[in-house]
Design a protein around this ligand. Structure first.
Ligand code: COA
Ligand code: ZN
Length: 328
């Protein structure tokens, strides 16, 4: 597909919030449970299509998300919004299903080194473990998405061949029956031409599988990568409000592409993101106080494009002087 990327023409783009998982997992501060619940509710209200609410991982590995059960139990479920949770193993799946997650997001890395560092298993071990998790999800009637970290490069190994990535996609879609796959640029190594190639190849091979692109803005290419993906036929993106986030096992990693920056840009280009920008900005504006530092979002700082500023106080004098000079 060669969509005219410059003209959204009302085309639907699905934005999936991952800030409460990918974002908060990297924060030192523990955001209180009630605040997490309020953030998820605000994000539902702002029009996100899917929200990765939390992760059912070891509380020792990621203490910031040790309240996963309580958060999922206490959020207000807005009809139509998919509430997803990251799950690394059977234990996580049981906890997530018990907490009524709509979707389990299983994670493994396309690179062997990153998989070992992050999940302490070889990729083959991850695949068999996740096959078991997928079977549990299937019997509980819960959807399965598989996130492939380092799909666009590994910080330890460098290039990850396209065929390696597509090979794992094939096993998850074909053998495991995953309903969706997320190609993750875990450490911001993706660039637009590469992204377009992989997104197009995926779309051609698995036209009926939900494809999500997950970019980090580590090297400033996030939004360019989003546009390249749209041109290649993709319509679903993970993003984090405030632009928070980062992988604890990837040195120098930084936040996801920022939800409000993406929503702002895509709306200007005529895409339908379903997002109420004002509500999303209000949620993002709460983050600095909760995480204890400034957040990367440029829109939180600068406001939307037409957030106008007053003229200078002496504007009338400036104008008069300029006109007088012109008349002289
Ligand atoms: N939920 C709660 N506790 C869990 C768990 C889960 N899903 N999986 C493992 N644990 C606990 C075990 O009970 C055990 O606890 P104990 O030390 O009190 O006995 C401990 O974690 C270690 O378990 P083990 O099975 O030996 O796993 P491990 O040490 O090889 O850790 C992971 C594997 C993947 C479970 C763990 O490293 C993890 O959760 N990592 C988080 C990865 C992540 O989220 N990365 C960022 C996103 S990509
Ligand atoms: Zn990520």
């Amino acid at each position: 597909m060669n969509a005219d990327v410059w003209n959204g023409a009302g085309r639907r783009i699905f934005l999936q919030e991952v800030g409460t998982r990918d974002g908060l997992q990297a924060e030192e501060a523990f955001v209180p449970t009630a605040e997490k619940v309020a953030l998820v509710d605000a994000l539902s209200d702002a029009g996100l299509a899917k929200i990765e609410v939390t992760a059912f991982v070891s509380p020792k590995a990621i203490p910031a998300l040790r309240d996963a059960e309580q958060v999922l139990r206490e959020i207000r479920r807005k009809p139509g919004v998919v509430y997803s949770a990251l799950v690394p193993n059977v234990r996580g799946a049981e906890r997530a299903i018990e907490s009524r997650a709509d979707e389990l997001n299983l994670v493994m890395s396309a690179s062997e080194s990153h998989n070992l560092s992050n999940l302490r298993m070889t990729r083959e071990q991850s695949f068999s473990a996740l096959a078991e998790v997928a079977a549990i999800a299937r019997s509980a009637g819960v959807a399965v998405n598989v996130s492939l970290s380092c799909s666009f490069g590994c910080p330890m190994e460098g290039e990850v061949p396209v065929e390696t990535v597509l090979g794992w996609c094939g096993r998850y879609v074909g053998t495991l029956g995953a309903h969706g796959v997320t190609l993750c640029d875990t450490t911001g190594m993706a660039y637009p031409t590469q992204v377009a190639q992989l997104a197009r190849a995926f779309r051609e091979r698995w036209p009926d599988t939900e494809l999500t692109l997950h970019f980090h803005n580590t090297r400033g290419m996030g939004l360019a990568n989003v546009l390249a993906s749209i041109a290649a036929g993709a319509d679903r993106f993970d993003a984090s409000f405030g632009g928070i986030g980062g992988c604890p096992y990837a040195p120098g990693a930084s936040g996801n592409v920022c939800t409000e920056e993406m929503a702002h840009a895509l709306a200007l280009m005529g895409y339908d993101t379903g997002i109420d920008l004002e509500k999303l900005l209000a949620a993002a504006a709460r983050l600095p106080a909760l995480v204890g530092h400034d957040v990367p979002s440029q829109i939180v700082k600068a406001g939307p494009r037409l957030a106008l500023h007053p003229h200078p106080a002496d504007f009338e004098q400036i104008r008069e002087r300029a006109l007088a000079r012109a008349a002289a």
